[in-house]
Design a protein around this ligand. Structure first.
Ligand code: HEM
Length: 267
């Protein structure tokens, strides 16, 4: 069983189930708990597999241990059970195959992440590690700077919201960011700049911004990117998709490798 076999199976899954966006969110939340400073640890280790405690129970991860892992189960059963790849590496690879399958950049994947053996290897809490959608620029800085990201990186990474959407039964927010939510492009930035958004509260009581004519949404944290110090990068990526893809790739690989040691280029 080779790397090409795993990639082909992920590509087929993404095409069949249109599940690229949730696979990207799975990798982001596995790796995104990493922090330095007051908080430490949190390298990607697939701790969300355990739902007795820890990351598998975090509200911010709603839908990942259930929907995302159910979707991946046939591939997990085939390759992780056989010892070909770890769960944490599979989640990383799945996101990267999804991004490219949806028209985004080809992302290099390195391997060697070790899986958590139980929920005891989870980080203690999502607080200060994963971002809230109803907060603004200060919050984005507080969450992303201790992970080693610049303000430009924050804009590039947020551009992943060009695909997928919010689900009322998961986050309480509701709707898709872009009109072509299964294509990985710079449309998150072009739409954000072109559209007028109005305040809206979802049935779950969550505040968000809606574009009435097309039904797309933005979170408060998304539209915070229209303020300093982020706005000029939004304008750059709206004009230049290649610049977005290049900066996204660099920030995303850093995210997926944060806290990992001894990664290798081959499986
Ligand atoms: C900047 C702060 C961020 C906030 C506040 C945020 C918040 C959210 C929320 C509330 C959802 C909806 C979850 C649901 O209801 O299903 C979501 C989905 C998503 N997020 Fe983010 N996110 C952020 C950054 C990121 C980053 C850095 C990435 C990846 C690089 C990312 C990728 C995604 C994707 C692809 C989805 C769609 C999932 C789906 O369609 O099932 N987000 N995000």
């Amino acid at each position: 069983m080779s790397l090409d076999d795993i990639k082909a199976d992920i590509k087929a899954l993404v095409a069949e189930k249109s599940c690229g966006p949730i696979l990207i969110r799975l990798s982001w939340h596995d790796a995104g708990v990493y922090s330095t400073g007051k908080l430490t640890g949190g390298c990607p280790n697939a701790a969300m597999r355990f739902t007795d405690a820890g990351e598998g129970t975090f509200g911010a991860n709603a839908g990942l241990p259930t929907v995302a892992l159910d979707l991946l189960k046939p591939i997990t059963d085939k390759y992780v059970a056989a010892g070909t790849i770890s769960n944490a590496d599979l989640w990383t690879l799945a996101a990267n195959v999804a991004i490219e399958s949806m028209g985004g950049p080809a992302i290099p994947t390195r391997f060697g992440r070790t899986d958590a053996a139980s929920s005891a290897e989870s980080v203690e809490s999502q607080v200060g590690r994963l971002p809230d959608g109803d907060k603004g620029t200060d919050h984005l800085c507080e969450i992303f700077h201790p992970k080693g990201f610049t303000d430009k990186d924050i804009v590039a990474l947020s551009g992943a919201h060009t695909v997928g959407g919010c689900h009322a039964d998961r986050s309480g927010f509701d709707g898709k960011w872009t009109e072509d939510h299964l294509t990985f492009s710079n449309s998150y930035f072009t739409e954000m700049l072109d559209k007028e958004y109005a305040d809206e509260t979802t049935a779950q009581g969550c505040p968000q911004k809606a574009h009435k004519a097309t039904g797309t949404i933005m979170l408060i944290s998304d539209l915070a990117l229209l303020d300093a110090p982020y706005r000029e990068t939004v304008e750059l990526y709206a004009k230049d998709q290649e610049a977005f893809f290049k900066d996204f790739t660099a920030a995303w690989v850093k995210l997926q490798e944060n806290g990992c040691e001894g990664l290798r280029d081959t499986l």
